[in-house]
Each structure stands twice: as structure tokens, then as C-alpha cells.
Design a protein around this ligand. Structure first.
Ligand code: SAM
Length: 242
């Protein structure tokens, strides 16, 4: 997968050299480049913002540097990337969207700052590439950089070969509409608290049932919206009793 990120703070992306994302880059699974938007400015102050039309507080990112950046990174004669624009007005980011993005050959992220990017940049881009505004949640950040870090973590771990044990992806929270059951490791007793007996029983059938029950109970308590969205056809009799 190829990923281009445009930002006025390229330094924000240093963590993308670490851990499993760094390894995915070293192995060639992920070809990632970070670009400084100011490289597409032409004035001495390298200006990227101006006051909003219609008045109001704050500044808006000017269209010219963004237009030049998108022209350079998505040339008209090549297959266009999917443009992702972090925004609190976007569609909520989810594991389902992470899977969708992991199947794309080329992602291009445009990180807004201030009051966001001039709308014409997105409208013009949409005439030649798919554009998705993505929200991390119902709150407002300073800029899109942290959102891109989050999205890149979620997407990269879905790329083939990135996780040592790919079955983790099938058993974790949000894989099948449930939250994961609690996890434990050694020692069996810590500060007077025991690991549930069933997990030490070696009985794989009982363990699977216990984990399923815990996942259902936890999801019902913490995310009733997820429980309500479960397909009843995927539930067995014991699930319903739980
Ligand atoms: N004026 C905008 C509004 O009210 O919708 C908020 C702009 S915010 C201060 C600056 C930038 O941070 C946005 O352009 C976006 O890139 C990023 N951002 C802020 N909150 C976000 C969120 N919840 N999800 C994704 N990106 C966000």
C-alpha cells in the first residue's frame, strides 16, 4: 500500500517509524511519505491560511497550496488515490472503514489545521478522485495529524503480514460486532485476585463459551448500541440466555 500524508507539521508523524508500522515500512508492505504543505507555497512567509469569507473567528487554509499538493501527489494521468480528510464533520471512523481502507492501493491524507481547509479543495478533488471526510469522534482536535496517526494504526495492522498472528484480527473487539472478553496472563494469583478457573482448565470448549458469554455481557453493559445491531441469525440459544 502507498500512503501520502500532507501536513504543515510533518514532525507529528515520527511515530510512524516505530514498532509494527516501522517494520511494515522497512519490509515494503507500506510505502509511506510525509509532505510539508508549505513546500507548495510561493511567498516569503510560506502562508497557508487566511481569514474566513463571511467573517468569524480563526483562519481557513487557502486553496492554492492544497491544490498544488494534490496535483503533485495525484497527477491526472495516474490512477487516483483515495483522498481522506480528517474532519469533525466527517463520517465516523470505524473498524469497517479501516478494513475498506486497507484494501485500497493508495491513500492520500490531507491534514487540516485552524478552522479547516477551504471547501473548494475538497469539491475540486472530488471531480477526479474519491474523497472521504473522516471523524475520529464527536470532539474537536487542533488538527488532522493525530487523526491520521490513529487511522494509520488501525489500517496498517490489517495489511497482510503485518501482525505476527493474523488470527488476532478475528478474535478481537469489533471483529464480529462484540467487545472482547477480559484477558489474563501469569501469575494465576496476583494481589489476591485469581484468574478465572475456566481459563486454567485447558477445556477449549468451556473457554470459548466463557469468552463468548463475557463478550456478550461486556458489550451489553458498555455498548448496548452494538448489541442491538447484532444479526440475530448469528446468535445461538446460549447467547440469547446470556
Ligand atoms: N472548524 C472545524 C469545525 O468546527 O468543524 C474544526 C476545525 S479543527 C480546529 C482543525 C482540524 O482538526 C480539522 O480541519 C480536522 O483536520 C482536525 N480535526 C478536529 N477534530 C477532528 C475530529 N473529531 N476528527 C478528525 N479530525 C479532526
Amino acid at each position: 500500500m502507498r500512503v501520502d500524508i500532507v501536513s504543515i507539521f510533518p514532525e507529528y508523524f515520527a511515530p510512524l517509524e516505530l514498532s509494527l508500522i516501522g517494520r511494515a515500512r522497512n519490509s515494503g508492505t507500506l510505502r509511506l511519505a510525509v509532505h510539508d504543505l508549505r513546500g507548495w507555497t510561493h511567498d516569503v512567509h510560506r502562508t497557508v491560511d487566511d481569514t474566513p469569507y463571511g467573517g468569524g473567528p480563526g483562519m481557513v487554509m487557502r486553496p492554492e497550496p492544497w491544490g498544488a499538493a494534490l496535483d503533485a501527489l495525484a497527477p491526472a494521468d495516474l490512477t487516483p488515490p483515495r483522498l481522506l480528510v480528517p474532519s469533525p464533520t466527517g463520517v465516523p471512523f470505524s473498524q469497517a472503514l479501516a478494513h475498506e481502507l486497507a484494501a485500497e492501493p493508495h491513500l492520500l491524507f490531507a491534514c487540516g489545521r485552524y478552522e479547516g481547509i477551504d471547501q473548494r479543495v475538497l469539491d475540486h478533488a472530488a471531480t477526479r478522485m474519491p474523497v472521504t471526510e473522516v471523524s475520529l469522534g464527536d470532539y474537536v482536535l487542533f488538527g488532522g495529524e493525530v487523526a491520521v496517526l490513529v487511522i494509520m494504526e488501525a489500517v496498517t495492522r490489517l495489511l497482510p503480514g503485518v501482525l505476527g498472528n493474523a488470527s488476532s484480527l478475528d478474535e478481537e473487539s469489533h471483529a464480529h460486532g462484540l467487545l472482547e472478553a477480559p484477558m489474563y496472563t501469569k501469575p494465576a494469583t496476583w494481589r489476591g485476585l485469581d484468574v478465572p478457573e475456566v481459563l486454567r482448565s485447558g477445556d477449549h470448549g468451556r473457554i470459548a463459551r466463557w469468552r463468548r458469554d463475557e463478550a456478550l455481557t461486556r458489550t451489553a453493559a458498555r455498548r448496548p448500541d452494538m448489541l442491538a445491531a447484532l444479526d440475530p441469525a448469528g446468535l445461538d440459544k446460549r447467547d440469547v440466555e446470556t
